[in-house]
Write a protein that binds this ligand. Structure first.
Ligand code: PLP
Length: 389
């Protein structure tokens, strides 16, 4: 019998980082270890009730049982435009400049399919959300890793990207507030990036998954504050984090008419859109959800303070985040990212994410996610403290 084989592109595909952590976690649980996972960034609070009620009602509407509108329901695209006006002060056309997606991961994964030929480059942040690079490599295009370094406050050093790469790059992925580092970008960064992107014709793919999870009064600006006509930028938004809706799989992309049209062409050939009942819930969230997001942000800010307080006491260096629900910290001397995470997991039952899981420049760091209730978070931090002393 001839063996069934996977395609080459799948052979080279790493196991998804969190799948590995999950496997190890299950193994320890089966041994009776009391695990506290600060590994995955998945909100621990439920989706707000007003959103659930709308979805519940929408579930029984037979119209919603049929194929959704591929580019997203027009009521949701209108809600996106209303949200944009309220949140960022920008007018966007809901018919031509918005695309509803099945979470932002789907949209991020598909972007390279729509804009890269084999010889092209995508510039990706390292450390960074793994999907940018995996998708690019999967279609046979090239990646250029832009290191996020502590000395640059984890911003991409645009001046350090070789001109040869800039000439061949068609996409640059950015993500501020940043996963995994928690870094936020300033106006100077955005302005310089837009200037370079226009000069070389590079699409700025701005991952806004954490744009509204920000602290200490920091407000994430829109890319379109700096690229007024949306010539070279696109924003991926997600309802997952601001509304605790990771399980529902809903997000959206905003850009100019051309970029949205290209993505639409790809998407209508690949999937049939998001369940309309969930789109109704998303409309509810975007129109009425500001207060719910603010409540979550207060919770995450307090949790950040719990984490940084302990790290300070343990003399662990970390980046003080103004956004996301992550804290990015340096492993103590003598450890690699992996050896620290494994030792910590085995000796204390606390799971954190090894920095190198986000790319080679993440080596020497680990990421703490605060998507766990305060009591367990305090317990975990106490265990980390005991471990380090
Ligand atoms: C940086 C970043 N972008 C995008 C996503 C995808 O979010 P979703 O597909 O739930 O919208 C995540 C999820 O963790 C993320 O961390």
């Amino acid at each position: 019998m001839r063996q069934i084989q996977e395609a080459e592109r799948i052979k080279n595909l790493p196991r998804y980082l969190f799948a590995e952590i999950d496997r190890k976690k299950k193994e320890l649980i089966s041994k009776g270890v009391d695990i506290i996972s600060l590994g995955i960034g998945d909100p621990d609070h439920p989706t707000p009730l007003f959103i659930l009620k709308r979805i519940q009602k929408a579930l029984y509407n037979p119209n919603n049982h049929r194929y959704p509108e591929y580019e997203g329901a027009s009521f949701l695209r209108k809600a996106v435009a209303a949200f944009y006006k309220r949140r960022f002060g920008h007018n966007i056309n809901p018919d031509t400049e918005v695309l509803i997606t099945i979470g932002s991961k789907e949209a991020i994964f598909h972007l390279p399919y729509a804009f890269l030929n084999n010889e092209d480059y995508a510039i990706i942040p390292d450390p960074g959300y793994p999907v940018y690079g995996i998708s690019t490599k999967m279609i046979g295009a090239n990646i250029h890793k832009a290191p996020l370094l502590k000395e640059n406050n984890f911003l991409i050093d645009i001046d350090n990207i070789p001109p040869k790469i800039l000439k061949e790059a068609k996409i640059i992925f950015i993500n501020y507030p940043n996963n995994p580092t928690g870094a936020t970008a300033d106006e100077g960064f955005f302005k310089k990036l837009v200037k370079i992107a226009k000069q070389y014709g590079i699409l700025i793919a701005a991952d806004y998954a954490y744009s509204d999870i920000t602290f200490d009064g920091y407000k994430t600006p829109s890319m379109f504050d700096f690229d007024k006509n949306r010539d070279v930028s696109l924003e991926f938004h997600s309802l997952s984090k601001p509304f605790n809706m990771t399980g529902f799989r809903i997000g959206f992309v905003v850009s100019n008419e051309f970029v949205i049209d290209v993505l639409k062409r790809l998407k209508t050939n690949m999937d049939s859109g998001a369940f309309t009942a969930i789109q109704e819930g998303a409309e509810e969230a975007l129109l009425k959800g500001d207060k719910a997001t603010r409540r979550m942000v207060e919770i995450y800010q307090k949790r950040r303070d719990i984490v940084v307080d302990t790290l300070q006491k343990c003399n662990i260096s970390f980046f003080y985040p103004k956004g996301t629900f992550y804290v990015w910290a340096e492993v103590p001397n003598g450890f690699s990212s992996i050896s620290f995470v494994q030792d910590l997991m085995e000796k204390t039952g606390v799971i954190v994410t090894p920095g190198n899981g986000f790319g080679e420049y993440g080596e020497g760091f680990f990421r703490i996610s605060t998507t766990i209730n305060d009591k367990r978070l305090k317990e975990a931090m106490q265990r980390i403290k005991n471990f380090l002393s």
